[in-house]
Design a protein around this ligand. Structure first.
Ligand code: HEC
Length: 124
């Protein structure tokens, strides 16, 4: 008996459907995650405030230079030059406030301080 339960053509179509389904799911998850992130009131407030680079730099030298170096060129922590090329504003904020990458501590700057720090980091 050569009767096959699934014809090769059906199998390919099924695979394509599963593949499209997975792409769709991934898009929904990414968009959902992004919407969730930008609905965070703290992040929203930081992004709405104009940052002051020199105040950001002063704060950096007090809080961050011990690990990242006075000019952010890296000591214990990595160099932060051009960090804005691989981290969005939102991930930079989260890097500072989340404490998810020890030994880097969890900082709690108020929104204006965070906005200042962000504009300093983006100019590196
Ligand atoms: C106790 C040491 C320490 C201090 C203090 C510290 N960091 Fe870090 N930081 C690290 C380490 C270590 C990493 C790498 C973490 C990892 O990715 O595992 C890091 C990573 C980062 C990154 C991500 C770099 C990248 O290339 O993705 C940013 C941005 C950053 N720090 C900013 C700051 C800022 C701003 C401050 C001050 C508010 C600060 N850090 C204070 C140790 C420190």
């Amino acid at each position: 008996m050569t009767e096959q339960l699934i014809q090769p053509k059906d199998a390919i179509q099924r695979l394509i459907l599963i593949f499209l389904g997975m792409i769709f799911l991934a898009i929904v998850v990414i968009v959902g995650w992004y919407l969730h992130e930008i609905s965070d009131p703290y992040i929203n407030e930081v992004l709405s405030l104009p940052g002051d680079v020199s105040r950001g730099q002063a704060m950096f030298q007090i809080n961050c230079a011990g690990c990242h170096g006075l000019n952010a060129d890296g000591v214990v922590g990595p160099s932060l030059h051009h960090v804005q090329k691989h981290k969005s504003k939102i991930s930079l904020i989260q890097q500072v406030i989340s404490g998810k990458t020890p030994p880097m501590p969890e900082f709690q700057p108020n929104p204006q301080e965070m906005a200042d720090l962000l504009s300093y980091l983006e100019g590196l």
